[in-house]
Design a protein around this ligand. Structure first.
Ligand SMILES: [Zn+2]
Length: 214
């Protein structure tokens, strides 16, 4: 029997191995494992707009998200904690490596952090991508979407389907968030601010936690 419970602020999930005399469930305790993928890095900056660099925004928000999730009791692994760490060329191989690391670790959830750009400077808002809209990934994405929109008041671009490598090649529920548009002057300014980054990371963590506790 599979179970999920919270004790001393740590969320455990696993298979019940026995019941003791008090009928208290004993599980093979294992904190939920979340893999955080800060998009781009190395020689690949991703999008650049209004003087703000995507790979740097992604890393900053991903680092704070990882810390927030650890504070909530989750077991978190980060693909990169510096600009260059772990990043290889070409990009296609790098993307496959990100998914493979999460698969090999046995992650329960995969969260990829990206920042958007458009040729239209008016484009704005927060959106999440999943491989299949009829999936656990999509329900996780909806929870993140709700939390971020409520906390930051951004335009809700919703949950969208995309055939992205990291979403296709991961074996667990996987979501790719787009934090906003660097091509939009207001959103670029927000994404360049440490207060905004802290707030959006906290909102993403809350959305993940709400879904897992659900
Ligand atoms: Zn990106």
């Amino acid at each position: 029997m599979f179970t999920k419970f919270k004790q001393n602020n740590i969320i455990y999930q696993g298979v019940v191995t026995r019941l003791n005399n008090n009928n208290i469930r004993k599980v093979k305790a294992m904190a939920v494992k979340i893999f955080i993928d800060a998009g781009h890095g190395g020689t690949n900056p991703g999008a650049v707009g209004n003087g703000v660099i995507e790979s740097e925004v992604n890393l900053s928000v991903a680092t704070q998200l990882a810390q927030d999730l650890r504070d909530m009791g989750y077991d978190v692994r980060e693909y990169r904690t510096t600009n260059d760490e772990n990043v290889i060329s070409p990009v296609a191989a790098d993307l496959r490596k990100r998914a493979a690391e999460a698969n090999n670790w046995g992650a329960d959830y995969f969260i990829s952090i990206h920042t958007n750009s458009s040729t239209n400077p008016a484009a704005n808002g927060f959106e999440t991508y999943v491989y299949n809209l009829n999936s656990t990934s999509a329900r996780l994405a909806e929870s993140i979407q709700r939390s971020v929109i409520a906390s930051l008041g951004m335009k809700d671009n919703g949950v969208r389907q995309a055939n992205f490598s990291v979403l296709r090649n991961t074996a667990m529920p996987a979501v790719l968030v787009e934090l906003g548009y660097l091509s939009n002057p207001t959103e670029a300014m927000n994404l360049n601010s440490s207060a905004w980054r802290t707030k959006i990371a906290a909102a993403i963590a809350e959305g993940i936690n709400n879904f897992i506790k659900g």
